[in-house]
Design a protein around this ligand. Structure first.
Ligand code: AMP
Length: 423
């Protein structure tokens, strides 16, 4: 048997309502903040991610699905969205059409990580990017939108962590200090952290290993080294979050995995999803557009993982999707009337009501069982003496009442009830 590839998952019909509900909250919140949806291709030229995310990052270094297509172009399935959005922004001169572009997306992403709960190889992210303004108010807007969506899904056990990475120059000074601090402690670090010493030293803060954490606890703090403008912006972010009553913590070790971040960064973690606790991460990236060949344009954004959010929702029992139902089930009383029943269903379906009928030649009892399973609001008994008079028995499954109606009146009966239920 051929199975889905390791680290990928089918989303089956019984969980699709949950996904649609989450997607509806996402779209609603972004609409409230006037963000417009953008969709970009699933694959891009590999160099976009290599340049945009950074050669030394885990994503580019070891997680990308990269292959040569038949014309020998190296292409990569998108591992994150910011680089693609920025590419589209530059390619279509969006900055010339509008001075501030507020964009959002919902899309599958691909990273060849070791699969575990909350970590997949194909997963789904939603997120936003605002391109064209350096205002810290937009950083707060990102944090607030992410928080609105997560709390809109009923999540409560959330912690917002914020930090500032400063400008690359100020970060360089800090990295020097960090190197000096770590130079005689290298032997205490894990193999992976030792490797990061030369490649991506800030990422040592991401280690979950006790020895690494102990060493890093006494390390110099990035916030003490950042430039004045970054410090001022960070103060503005903190004060606006406070006045907006958004709870947050400062986490001086929050460095994020991607190279392109500048100034404010943030993460929202859940206390209810185990080791892969980050639901969402983001921050400012004022140099990325330029780095990818566009006019200098400041930007800020975030991305959140839907699978992880769904785990948190399940563990917090944070929302319930209403069970599905149909408007009408047509029980066909005589096998030779099946085509007629189908024709009737077709006429009714054109009026946007959900109808099911039997395609398997089942007994009347089995058809009734199916109608109950589908949670049908009405059952129409098609056939018998009534049919000869262009009539049928219609049963209201909620009240149990049954009446004989003219076949031409079914729509009114069923649709009226439907409209009142959905008003
Ligand atoms: P990142 O783009 O790495 O900052 O990730 C942003 C969010 O995407 C994370 O907080 C997760 O919720 C989600 N995410 C990242 N990688 C994965 C993965 N391999 N599987 C599932 N979700 C992921």
């Amino acid at each position: 048997m051929i199975k889905a590839i390791k680290g990928t998952k089918d989303i089956l019909p019984d969980s699709i309502e949950k996904w649609k509900y989450v997607e509806s909250i996402i779209s609603l919140v972004f609409k409230n903040y006037n963000y417009k949806e953008i969709r970009t291709p699933i694959f891009e030229e590999t160099s976009l991610f290599a340049r945009g995310i950074g050669e030394e990052t885990d994503i580019v270094g070891k997680e990308m699905y990269t292959f040569e297509d038949r014309s020998k172009t190296s292409v990569t399935l998108k591992p994150e969205m910011t680089a693609s959005v920025v590419r589209a922004f530059i390619q279509h001169s969006l900055g010339k059409k509008q001075s501030l572009n507020k964009l959002y997306y919902i899309s599958p992403m691909f990273r060849q990580e070791r699969p575990q709960a909350g970590r997949l190889r194909e997963f789904h992210q939603f997120g936003a990017e605002a391109l064209g303004s350096g205002s810290p108010i937009l950083d707060v807007e990102m944090i607030t939108m992410a928080y609105d969506i997560l709390s809109g899904l009923g999540l409560k056990d959330l912690t917002i962590k914020i930090n500032s990475l400063g400008t690359p120059e100020s970060r360089q000074n800090y990295i020097q200090k960090l190197k000096e601090y770590l130079i005689d402690k290298e032997s205490l670090l894990s193999g992976e952290s030792k490797e990061r010493m030369s490649k991506n030293i800030l990422r040592i803060f991401d280690s979950k290993l006790e020895n690494d954490i102990e060493v890093m606890q006494k390390a110099p703090v990035l916030l003490d080294y950042i430039d004045n403008e970054s410090k001022e912006d960070f103060e503005k972010v903190k004060s606006l979050l406070t006045s907006s009553k958004i709870p947050f913590e400062i986490d001086a070790s929050l460095v994020r995995g991607l190279d392109y971040y500048t100034k404010t960064t943030f993460e929202i973690v859940s206390g209810k999803v185990g080791s892969q606790s980050a639901l969402c991460g983001g921050g400012r990236y004022d140099l990325l557009v330029e780095q990818l060949g566009g006019e200098p344009t400041p930007g800020t954004g975030f991305a959140a993982g839907i699978e992880r959010i769904l785990i948190a929702c399940e563990n917090e029992n944070s929302f319930e999707v209403p069970g599905s139902s149909i408007n009408l089930y047509i029980v066909c009383l005589e096998k030779n009337l099946m085509s007629k029943a189908y024709e009737k269903a077709q006429i009714l379906r054109k009026n946007n009501i959900t109808i099911e009928l039997d395609y398997l030649g089942r007994s009347i009892k089995a058809q009734m069982r199916e109608a109950n399973k589908l949670n049908a609001k009405y059952v129409l008994f098609f056939g018998g003496d009534e049919y000869k008079l262009n009539k049928a028995q219609l049963k209201n499954m909620e009240t149990g009442e049954q009446e004989i109606i003219e076949l031409k009146n079914i729509l009114n009966k069923v649709k009226n009830n439907y409209a009142s239920d959905n008003s």
